[in-house]
Design a protein around this ligand. Structure first.
Ligand SMILES: CC(C)(COP(=O)(O)OP(=O)(O)OC[C@H]1O[C@@H](n2cnc3c(N)ncnc32)[C@H](O)[C@@H]1OP(=O)(O)O)[C@@H](O)C(=O)NCCC(=O)NCCSC(=O)c1cc(O)c2ccccc2c1O
Length: 164
């Protein structure tokens, strides 16, 4: 992700944490290519943007994907995604993502997304991703360094580190 992308409002190093340092804040501008002919967000575009946001979060956690995937051979496919769309967003809107680490398993991770534009809720999502070996395509435990970084961001209220 580079600062030259038209959809990028912040770079990876600008990912911010708030609320006792458990929420990642990332913003993206909804571009022309993300919208239908009426200028309303086309929902698959949200998922492309969501992956960009994930990539920024992993970079902020010290695990940039080019290294994680290319050298460590770890991928993070999505196995569950539950989304509620509550209001449309439009071409040019800034989408503000607040992302929480809700649950950390042996190889799974649940992330909760709250997306707003101008303070208005637009969509929320609960996503489960799994660390896999890109060589075997099977789940692997989170590496110790990444587990420690993720555990440090677990929500305080109802989150659990479920490592055995
Ligand atoms: C991912 C799998 C290979 C896992 O199967 P496996 O048999 O190896 O492991 P387990 O079944 O034991 O599960 C490990 C772990 O995950 C939890 N889990 C599994 N499924 C679910 C589920 N549906 N809901 C919730 N949790 C689930 C399970 O409980 C275990 O939890 P622990 O806490 O004990 O660790 C296999 O499931 C698989 O191949 N699934 C298909 C994935 C897929 O095709 N997804 C959609 C498209 S791929 C994709 O979106 C994607 C792929 C990438 O490679 C990416 C890489 C980088 C960034 C993004 C990527 C991306 O978006």
């Amino acid at each position: 992700m580079t600062g030259r992308r038209s959809t990028s409002a912040v770079s990876a190093r600008d990912v911010k944490r708030e609320d006792e340092q458990v929420t990642f804040k990332v913003s993206r501008t909804l571009g022309f290519g993300h919208c239908d002919p009426a200028g309303i967000a086309y929902f698959p575009s949200y998922f492309d943007i969501m992956v960009e946001v994930m990539e920024e979060i992993f970079a902020a956690l010290g695990s940039p994907w080019p290294t994680m995937m290319g050298e460590r051979r770890i991928g993070v496919p999505t196995v569950k995604l539950d989304v509620d769309f509550t209001a449309p967003s439009r071409h040019g809107d800034r989408l503000d993502f607040a992302v929480r680490v809700a649950r950390l398993g042996r190889s799974s991770l649940e992330l909760h997304y709250r997306v707003t534009t101008r303070g208005r809720p637009v969509w929320t999502a609960r996503q489960v991703i799994v660390a896999i070996s890109l060589d075997t395509q099977r789940a692997v435990p989170w590496p110790d360094d990444l587990r420690a970084a993720l555990a440090a961001h677990l929500e305080t209220a109802d989150a659990h580190d479920l490592a055995p």
